[in-house]
Ligand binder design. Structure first.
Ligand SMILES: [Zn+2]
Length: 261
């Protein structure tokens, strides 16, 4: 009997190992350093060395302090960023099951080449669904404008050589598209540009509309070119910092999918 249980356990491990072996993991986050882009209202990321690797009693010891704005680099916008009601989620209170979800990627890079002020429409979402199937309830949708290629240039990321938001020109998402996403019941929406509301929009209508419905955002998402077309079969893990009262925070985004499919 003991031998049979051991065999079952060994088989389970073998199965787990073979399934994990086929899994591919892709990092969708930009690194944090003093050059990392952030919304102008926030401060630059700063790292202060406390110990640099030398220890008075020999051996290695290194340690840093850091200070940063919540909306820095690849980051989460918690719904409390633009909405306030008794149920609203802060960075620390988004239920963890909402942070590991099936991913859909809507690539609109061609539209942004023609028009830097482009915003995704309801039609763009319905077109995507005609091709890939309906966006799953409780999923995460990311709009991919292939903006990560602009990462090394403030002027290209923001579409302006200034830090004044009224001069920004980058693509985003429109209110009609947001309404479709709300109907689909998504838990999160992401974009690889600095904000879900496109640069020349006024009043942050998409932030307000979706965050009042407790949908979180991911902004300045990194390079998605290594993922399957449309994000089909991809699970996204949002490694959100657990900040009490936080309106957001930097995230490590890990996309996982079965490479053998
Ligand atoms: Zn933000």
């Amino acid at each position: 009997m003991a031998t049979r249980s051991m065999l079952v356990v060994m088989c389970c491990f073998a199965l787990l190992e073979s399934s994990l072996g086929a899994m591919k993991y892709v990092d969708l986050s930009h690194s944090l350093n003093s050059q990392t882009h952030h919304w102008p209202a926030n401060k630059d990321f700063e790292q202060t060395v406390i110990a640099n690797g030398t220890s008075p009693n020999g051996g290695w010891y290194a340690n840093n302090d850091m200070s940063l704005g919540e909306h820095t680099g690849t980051h989460l916008d918690a719904p409390a960023h633009f909405a306030m009601n008794k149920d609203v989620f802060y960075a620390s209170t988004i239920p963890v099951e909402r942070l590991v979800r099936p991913l859909s990627i809507i690539n609109l890079a061609d539209k942004a080449v023609a028009d830097r002020d482009y915003y995704a429409t309801a039609h763009d979402i319905l077109e995507w669904e005609r091709r890939y199937g309906m966006i799953p309830r409780g999923g995460i949708v990311i709009f991919n404008y292939e903006w990560a290629k602009h990462w090394n240039s403030h002027d290209d990321i923001f579409g302006s050589n200034s830090f004044d938001p009224s001069t920004f020109h980058f693509p985003g998402v429109g209110l009609c598209a947001a309404r479709v996403l709300a109907i689909r019941g998504v838990y999160g929406v992401g974009i690889d540009t600095p904000s879900m509301d496109y640069g020349q929009s006024e009043g942050s209508p998409v932030h307000k509309y979706l965050m009042e419905r407790n949908v979180f955002f991911l902004e300045l998402v990194g390079d998605m070119s290594a993922l399957p077309d449309g994000g089909k079969g991809v699970t996204l893990m949002v490694g959100a910092m657990k900040i009490d009262g936080g309106t957001g925070g930097p995230v490590r985004l890990i996309a996982m999918f079965d490479d053998a499919e």
